[in-house]
Design a protein around this ligand. Structure first.
Ligand SMILES: Cc1cc2nc3c(=O)[nH]c(=O)nc-3n(C[C@H](O)[C@H](O)[C@H](O)COP(=O)(O)O)c2cc1C
Length: 305
């Protein structure tokens, strides 16, 4: 298939900026159609356009990044690299986002960008780029590394809901559908309340790393029913998919095994089976046709962490 990936340089370098299309009239989920049911969750330093396109036979939407976009978060990312963490640190993060999204323009997978920032200015700029590419903008209120928390991004936003909502509003005003990526089990944080607040601030999607607290999905669903709820952590097979969808998630996402086609195929089948069963009752749900070339095995299960 023709796509623009051949021109995409290595993740940590950037090339020239492509022409961007003007944003047209689009619904909340853009102009590419149905709601996504299986997402690929960001992996810093790994989740670029190539990664997203490789997952396109199975997944509907890929969250690129996380991309650190302001000076403080970039300094934190440099410190992470010094202790051997893999990070995206292109010379210009906005050019990088633009290039990666342009590279996916002809790919069947939809894109989003997971953004880390300690300040609101670059959030709006990155969200404008996402809007121009019909991509989802994801506020990272999830990463918990000390380096990131010390400068006030990632998980610290969960304890500062007013600032989180400021980020969400700025991104929504820029015209992008806004997702908020959060983590459960953060002491003192009530995710149901966070969900209510970000929904009021203009978020469309709530992407929850449930950790070992899967039932938090039901709490969030009750608190903010308008949000499109994506459940994450340990999604590997039919049982984990059904558990999250039964709790009220609208979709699930896969992080660590997002480069393993056997896991993706198994999860895709489970998602389609679940929605097909539901559509028998309600007429909703969309079958997906992943390639049938890969064997599945119970050995593919990955421990949750
Ligand atoms: C190496 C690595 C890098 C990650 N980077 C990010 C990131 O930049 N932004 C983010 O929101 N989550 C990040 N995550 C979290 C994953 O997206 C996901 O929430 C987590 O791994 C749990 O899902 P899983 O069990 O499917 O892997 C990262 C996880 C790993 C293992």
């Amino acid at each position: 298939m023709t796509n623009r990936l051949d021109g995409v340089p290595d993740s940590r370098t950037v090339g020239p900026v492509d022409e961007r299309g003007e944003r047209g009239e689009r619904g909340e989920w853009g102009e590419r159609g149905d709601a996504p049911r299986l997402l690929l969750a960001s992996l810093s330093g790994e989740a670029d356009a190539r990664w997203a396109h490789a997952g396109s036979p199975y997944a509907d939407l890929a969250m690129l990044g996380g991309v650190t976009v302001d000076a403080r978060s970039r300094e934190a990312a440099r410190r992470l690299v010094r202790r051997d963490r893999s990070e995206f640190l292109p010379p210009d993060p906005l050019v990088f986002i633009d290039f990666q999204l342009a590279a996916l323009a002809d790919s069947p997978i939809r894109a989003g960008v997971n953004v880390r920032s300690a300040t609101v200015g670059p959030v709006a700029a990155a969200a404008r780029l996402c809007a121009a590419h019909d991509a989802v903008f994801e506020v990272n209120a999830h990463c918990r590394q000390d380096e990131l928390c010390r400068v006030g991004c990632g998980e610290t936003l969960l304890r500062d809901t007013a600032r989180l909502c400021e980020f969400v509003s700025a991104a929504a005003d820029a015209g992008a559908p806004v997702s908020v990526k959060v983590r459960a089990e953060v002491p003192g944080v009530d995710l149901a309340e966070t969900a209510r607040r970000v929904q009021e601030a203009g978020a469309t999607v709530f992407h929850v790393d449930a950790m070992d607290s899967e039932s938090v999905i039901a709490d969030v669903d009750r608190a903010a029913p308008e949000l499109f709820l994506v459940a994450n952590n340990g999604v590997r097979d039919g049982a984990t998919v059904a558990e999250y969808l039964d709790y009220g998630a609208d979709a699930v996402s896969v992080g660590r095994p997002s480069t393993d086609p056997r896991v993706l195929q198994r999860v895709r089948r489970a998602v389609d089976d679940w929605f097909a069963a539901r559509s028998a009752d309600t007429g909703r749900g969309r079958p997906h046709q992943p390639p049938d070339t890969l064997a599945t095995s119970d050995d593919d299960r990955v421990d949750r962490s």
